[in-house]
Write a protein that binds this ligand. Structure first.
Ligand code: APR
Ligand code: PHB
Length: 400
């Protein structure tokens, strides 16, 4: 089997890269270790930056997103018993002259739309591929091998894109050649999905002495809530009732009063971590998305960073095949990392400001209160939050 670009992983990074390359007439094959149903059953983040929305639109894949997604002009910060609105649209309009919004549309739905488009165009995806192995990417003839139904298969290609997430094989293959930057946070998020109307029409990020809470949503009838929990906590310890009681305690009185509760349809605990592997290129192997970096979900940046990586990578590959220039491929790692680090910084800052840390004591608490108060009092401070939350600009605004 032969292709131009072998893509490892059918998460948002791999699927989006495949769609961008296909649109430019570049052949690609996706190799995924799980089944399609497994990938679609994963509940992940839900906030798309304008840049990510525009990428899906440019691919002609925005129809369902615009019909079912919810456009948000602001977010709310809850602390000290009250809520304060950050007017994302107004603040970004003032900062740059162009107001920006975010789109609340689940990553699961983005994945479904991308898989659907791939099926419509009959693009090859190999699911349930075991023992995926990357070969010869330091030379001119890379290969990917895997085992399916007991038979070893080989794919010859020009380039390999490692879009296989944090636990994938691509980064592991180059482990001895990367430098890792990491921060593991001393808590996790317990998330609940429920078919109940959202407590507010915008997202609420709450800082409370009992710990962080987030009120998000998937639609007008489906809510997604999170509370900060101990790393040792197990999902089985948290009954629905205990979750709702704890969430209510961390919200302002009005939100607590309005909260509609119901049975959970998904409940899970995720640890929080900041992680960056440098560089993102090794000969003819490129890492993108969670394979190269992880951010804590507080800034809603994970999926959007995966999208910006593959945008840079797709443009570089298109320039290689169409214009015979490798400048973009040579620049990819440094360019992607510049944007990654800004999102890493923002996600770390939001995480530090919103959570209860076991080791910072009452001093840390007072500093957080001062910072939150400053944010809602100072327009420049709120602007800085807004421009990062809606997503910083790409370095190249259009494919030349
Ligand atoms: N071989 C093939 N596929 C693999 C392998 C492997 N060895 N290991 C993992 N995969 C697959 C996973 O099953 C998954 O489908 O790679 C895919 C990686 O997808 P994601 O983990 O979703 O990562 P990415 O596409 O980079 O998406 C960015 O943003 O919201 C955040 O973390 C969230 O998933 C999200 C991410
Ligand atoms: C979500 O809806 O899952 C979500 C929203 C915002 C975040 C993190 C997660 O910052």
């Amino acid at each position: 089997m032969k292709t131009q670009v072998a893509i490892i992983g059918s998460g948002p990074a791999g699927l989006l890269l495949g769609a961008l390359l296909h649109q430019a007439g570049i052949d690609n094959v996706i190799i995924e270790q799980r089944s399609q149903d497994y990938v679609l059953a994963r509940i992940r983040a839900g906030v798309l930056e304008q840049g990510t929305v525009s990428m899906l639109d440019a691919l002609g894949l925005g129809t369902r997103m615009h019909a079912e997604g919810l456009v948000h002009d602001g977010i709310e910060l809850a602390f000290g018993g009250a809520r304060h609105r950050i007017d994302l649209y107004g603040l970004t309009a003032q900062a740059s002259g162009v107001g920006q919004r975010v789109m609340v549309y689940g990553q699961t739905e983005v994945t479904r739309d991308l898989m659907q488009a791939r099926a419509t165009h009959q693009l090859p995806t190999i699911y349930q591929a075991d023992a995926v192995t990357l070969h010869e990417f330091d030379g001119n003839k890379p290969q990917v091998t895997w085992v399916r139904d007991g038979v070893t298969q080989t794919l010859q290609c020009d380039y390999i894109a490692g879009c296989d997430g944090f636990h994938g094989v691509a980064r592991e293959t180059v482990q001895s050649r990367i430098q890792v930057f990491e921060r593991v946070y001393p808590f996790g998020w317990l998330g609940v999905l429920s078919d109940t109307p959202p407590v507010s029409h915008e997202l609420i990020y709450a800082n409370h002495t009992r710990g962080f809470a987030l009120c998000s949503m998937r639609s007008h009838t489906r809510s997604r809530y999170y509370i900060q929990c101990a790393l040792e906590d197990r999902v089985e310890q948290w009954s629905d009732q205990a979750f709702w009681d704890e969430l209510r305690r961390r919200l302002d009185p009005e939100a607590a009063e309005n909260l509609v509760v119901g049975p959970s349809i998904e409940k899970s605990i995720a640890p929080l971590r900041s992680f960056v592997a440098e560089p993102m290129r090794f000969g003819r192997l490129f890492l993108a998305g969670d394979a190269a970096h992880i951010v804590p979900p507080t800034g809603a940046k994970g999926l959007n960073l995966a999208a910006s990586d593959v945008r840079y990578l797709a443009h570089a590959l298109i320039a290689h095949y169409r214009d015979r220039t490798d400048q973009g491929l040579n620049d990819y790692s440094a360019k992607a990392l510049r944007r990654v680090w800004k999102a890493v910084r923002f996600s770390w800052w939001m995480t530090s400001m919103m959570h209860r840390f076991p080791d910072t004591g009452t001093f840390g608490q007072r500093v957080q209160e001062a910072e939150l108060d400053y944010l809602v009092q100072s327009r420049p401070a709120a602007m800085a939050l807004a421009e990062n939350y809606v997503g910083l600009p790409f370095e190249d605004d259009a494919l030349k």
